[in-house]
Design a protein around this ligand. Structure first.
Ligand SMILES: *[C@@H]1O[C@H](CO)[C@@H](O)[C@H](O)[C@H]1NC(C)=O
Ligand SMILES: *[C@@H]1O[C@H](CO)[C@@H](O)[C@H](O)[C@H]1NC(C)=O
Ligand SMILES: *[C@@H]1O[C@H](CO)[C@@H](O)[C@H](O)[C@H]1NC(C)=O
Ligand SMILES: *[C@@H]1O[C@H](CO)[C@@H](O)[C@H](O)[C@H]1NC(C)=O
Ligand SMILES: *[C@@H]1O[C@H](CO)[C@@H](O)[C@H](O)[C@H]1NC(C)=O
Ligand SMILES: *[C@@H]1O[C@H](CO)[C@@H](O)[C@H](O)[C@H]1NC(C)=O
Ligand SMILES: *[C@@H]1O[C@H](CO)[C@@H](O)[C@H](O)[C@H]1NC(C)=O
Length: 556
């Protein structure tokens, strides 16, 4: 950590030296990058909880477990729950939970229960079995939003499946297979059915603008099907349709590669350079994967080449980037042609640019090699001018120099964010392209989640593998396929009491502790009936477990 601190101090001062205009760069959050991270991290977590029902301070009226996109109710009105934003946010809370913050368990379970309900809400995209899972957003009270909108958005079910699997797999790994089967699998199964049925149809992209096929969506769908098949096995089920469709989804994903960067959408009115693809690579990052081009892993030549092309595309369109030298981090927005709210950098896109690099650093560290080929050469030259095609093992000096250059470069993106972040630590949706001032929706939940995610990666805290290592091979020919899904109303929404910090959390059984692998572990409690017997059936051991009223969230 001392080395990292020093590195970030150096990178910050280099960065400041690179700017000609001191007024623009006046640091609103003073201190080192590490000190900002230390302050912003707990604030970001609180920001997420504040935006989550039913007890979040900024989310009055939101149902239990419902994540609103932002408390902002006008210009813009984001007081809705988007399936995508909510899933990506909860994915992060689950990561924090698994890393040890057991206080989050209750809100995670509330979210899962809320999704069991929301899947059944008829909406303009359909009902549970006729496409309704692709509906992008609902009112915070979980009723359908019936106004005009860019629908369907087919990334939502895939992202939600990934999030639920993260928690479901944790349950399995910690001895709660029965609970994973009753409360998590039915929701996941529906979302997987949706993906197997609709992946080969058009829909709106994650920015809700382009009706077509989108890299982020297809990448998220591939990941969901692969881990869905594995999770099914974990709970004693199977997902043959996941197994049949996943290779075809991966096959189609290849068509987004232009040869020098990732085309975000098949849309001739735009360059296709878009943070969509940065978000795709960080969402499908697998800590066990090699630097595979086929799945656009963060350390792959394709992802790195794309990183340079996408981030460079913002150099000339934002005033705040105009004095920054090539090879130094910049403020990053959605796509260079963006005009929404004037077209500005977004916090979450700038964080994503850093996150890919931290992911790549993790992967290089794990494999002990950096490969520079003709595809990635420009990326490497940008950060390390003497880069040349070749394989560099961790014992070489080139390897160490590249690692340190990439780390500095990654920290540069966070330093840009730090420089413009308000001193009161709130993160909105965007920051002004000319002044850096915080603009658009205040307290954007996804901004906070993206911040926590990039900080974890910077600290080499990574999520569980999703199975990329056995799902990266691309079929020789692509085919337009689909399987009509089977949808079943999920009904299990009772959870055993978590009782974090409660004096009645006792009687841990040997079965539970023996199987406990994660840092967080569920304290078991004395009690009763149906749940008890279902757990017993799975674990074949004597466990006391209640079906109890939940502890109120955010009460501690
Ligand atoms: C849900 O919220 C919307 C928007 O605020 C409101 O119009 C609607 O009446 C609410 N529905 C219920 C059942 O409370
Ligand atoms: C469906 O898949 C085929 C084969 O990969 C592809 O050529 C086609 O563009 C896809 N269409 C959509 C809308 O996904
Ligand atoms: C989106 O495109 C599809 C064709 O790919 C079309 O059927 C559908 O009506 C379009 N949706 C909207 C809202 O324009
Ligand atoms: C690199 O790997 C070593 C152990 O193999 C680990 O201690 C270290 O934290 C890793 N660093 C990064 C940046 O992942
Ligand atoms: C780097 O290693 C890969 C796989 O081991 C090999 O295919 C490639 O030819 C090597 N590249 C160079 C420039 O040595
Ligand atoms: C925090 O700072 C932002 C940006 O300057 C400002 O818009 C917002 O009103 C402030 N919020 C609070 C609660 O102080
Ligand atoms: C943003 O969140 C902070 C902290 O929860 C709160 O004080 C502030 O009022 C919120 N701002 C808006 C505009 O919702």
């Amino acid at each position: 950590m001392a080395g990292k601190l020093l590195l970030s101090l150096i990178s910050l001062s280099l960065l400041q030296g690179a700017f000609a205009s001191p007024t623009r760069l006046e640091a609103r959050v003073s201190g080192t990058l590490d000190s900002w991270i230390a302050e912003e991290s707990p604030f970001a977590l609180k920001g997420i909880l504040a935006n989550t029902g039913s007890s979040g301070s900024q989310a009055a009226g939101a149902s239990s477990g419902i994540v609103v996109a932002s408390p902002s109710k006008s210009n813009p009105d984001y007081f809705y729950t988007w399936t995508r934003d909510a899933a990506l946010t909860m994915k992060q809370l689950i990561e924090q939970f698994i890393a040890g913050d057991t206080s989050l368990q209750s809100i995670i379970e509330d979210y899962i229960s809320s999704q069991a309900h929301i899947q059944t809400v008829s909406n303009p995209s359909g009902d549970l079995s006729t496409g309704g899972l692709g509906e992008p957003k609902f009112y915070a009270n979980t009723t359908a939003f019936t106004g005009a909108w860019g629908r369907p958005q087919r990334d939502g079910p895939a992202l939600r499946a990934t999030t639920l699997i993260a928690y479901g797999q944790w349950l399995v790994d910690n001895g709660y297979t029965s609970l994973a089967l009753s409360n998590v699998w039915p929701i996941v199964q529906n979302d997987l059915a949706y993906v197997t049925q609709y992946w080969n149809q058009t829909g709106f992209d994650l920015w809700e603008e382009v009706n077509g096929s989108s890299f982020f969506t297809i990448a998220a769908q591939h990941r969901a099907l692969v881990e869905g098949a594995n999770f099914a096995k974990s709970v004693g089920k199977s997902c043959a349709d996941c197994i049949s469709q996943a290779p075809q989804v991966l096959c189609y994903l290849q068509s987004f590669w232009t040869g020098s960067y990732i085309l975000a959408n098949f849309d001739s009115s735009r360059s296709g350079k878009d943070a969509n693809s940065l978000l795709g690579s960080i969402h499908t990052f697998d800590p066990e994967a090699a630097c595979d081009d086929s799945t656009f892993q963060p350390c792959s030549s394709r992802a790195l080449a794309n990183h340079k092309v996408v981030t460079d595309s913002f150099r000339s369109v934002y005033d705040i980037n105009s004095d920054i030298d090539a090879g130094k981090a910049v403020a990053v927005g959605r796509y260079p042609e963006d005009s929404y709210m004037g077209g500005n950098p977004w916090w979450l896109c700038t964080f994503a640019a850093a996150e890919i690099l931290y992911d790549a650093l993790y992967q290089w560290n794990k494999t002990g090699t950096i490969t520079i080929d003709s595809t990635s050469l420009d990326f490497f030259k940008g950060v390390y001018s003497s880069a040349a095609i070749g394989n560099y093992s961790s014992s070489s000096t080139a390897y160490s120099s590249i690692i340190s250059a990439v780390k500095t470069y990654a920290d540069g993106y966070l330093s840009i964010a730090q420089n413009y972040a308000p001193s009161n630590l709130t993160l909105s949706e965007q920051f002004d392209k000319s002044t850096g001032a915080s603009i658009s929706a205040a307290n954007l939940t996804w901004s906070y989640a993206a911040f926590l995610s990039v900080v974890n990666r910077r600290n080499a805290v990574v999520p569980a593998a999703w199975g990329e290592t056995s799902a990266s091979s691309v079929p020789a020919t692509c085919a337009p396929t689909s399987v009509t899904g089977t949808y079943i109303t999920p009904t299990a929404t009772n959870w055993p009491t978590t009782l974090s910090g409660s004096s009645s959390a006792v009687a841990t059984t040997t079965a539970l502790t023996r199987k406990s692998k994660g840092k967080a572990s569920r304290p078991s409690t004395p009690a009763s009936t149906a749940f008890k017997s279902s757990v017993k059936k799975t674990l074949g051991t004597s466990i006391s477990y209640p079906i109890a009223t939940k502890v109120a969230i955010n009460s501690a």
